[in-house]
Design a protein around this ligand. Structure first.
Ligand SMILES: [Zn+2]
Length: 276
């Protein structure tokens, strides 16, 4: 039984008419649970409805890449949505929230400040509603950790983690698991593979980040994309194969890794346990 702790199944890359059949395909391969994080106010209803339709879980939040178009009252709307849905067992976290200091337009001083405002406000909402958080971490681990120390939300997941061993340890000390996915299937990603192989097993969760972060077997190099070949679309059905790569790196059987990472997901997202 595998758990995909991060997949955007509402993304435009996926045809809603095929969503159930594609989800069944993943389930047939052993993917028991998917967590669908939201990215902005306009998709909160969509991810909630999709999670119910597919028998999965969801999170509500404002993603840092959507902060430029977010309005101040979206935070009040998020508070209201969390209040309204708190009784829904499929709501498992506040997310996807965080900081992105990679995208150039988001690193301007005013936009850094606005991202930080939305991040801290959403940490406060997670604390208010007693929910863990799903964090987007890109060139921002230290700034995110500063927020967690000041406004600890009681754990969650640092998704698509690609930082240092010290940063990993600091997230673990804050009650977080680290999300690993398709990036570790690339042999040149030596530092990431070493980290995934050496971190304590109880700190790891798996994710696809579908439709993004395609594993090596779906990846289309830039030159081919320029020639018109489409990038492969990632999906939770790829999770067991990604998990098998991680199991190999750690010298475990795939079923042992599946059980451990699913247990970890239920520990850091406690409401998932009630769905199982
Ligand atoms: Zn995401």
């Amino acid at each position: 039984m595998w758990t995909d702790t991060h997949c955007h199944l509402d993304a435009p890359e996926f045809d809603p008419a095929c969503a159930a059949a594609q989800r069944d395909e993943a389930r047939a391969r052993g993917v028991a649970h998917c967590v669908i994080p939201a990215v902005e106010r306009s998709n909160w209803d969509t991810v909630r409805a999709l999670a119910h339709r597919l028998g999965d879980a969801y999170a509500l939040g404002i993603h840092p890449l959507y902060v430029p178009q977010a309005q101040d009252d979206d935070l009040d709307a998020l508070d209201a949505a969390l209040t309204a849905q708190l009784g829904d067992p499929r709501l498992v976290a506040v997310g996807e929230i965080g900081l992105d200091f990679f995208v150039p337009a988001l690193t301007e001083p005013a936009m850094r400040e606005r991202q930080t405002h939305f991040y801290r406000a959403q940490l406060r909402l997670a604390r208010k509603h007693g929910l863990p958080v799903i964090l987007h971490v890109r060139r921002s681990a230290d700034a995110l950790l500063k927020g967690l120390r000041e406004l600890p939300p009681g754990g969650g997941i640092a998704h698509a983690f690609n930082g240092s061993a010290q940063q990993a340890q600091a997230f673990i000390e804050q009650g977080f698991a680290l999300g690993f996915g398709g990036a570790l299937t690339f042999e040149p990603a030596r530092q990431l593979r070493r980290l995934a192989g050496e971190l304590p097993l109880n700190a790891l969760v798996l994710e696809t980040d579908a439709p993004d972060i395609p594993p090596q077997w779906l990846y289309v190099p830039a030159a081919e994309r320029a020639a018109g070949v489409a990038q492969g679309v990632n999906h939770p059905r790829e999770l067991p194969r990604i998990g098998a790569v991680l199991a190999d790196l750690r010298g475990l059987r795939a079923d042992e890794l599946a059980r451990a990472t699913s247990d970890n997901a239920r520990r850091v997202l406690p409401r998932l346990a009630a769905l199982a």
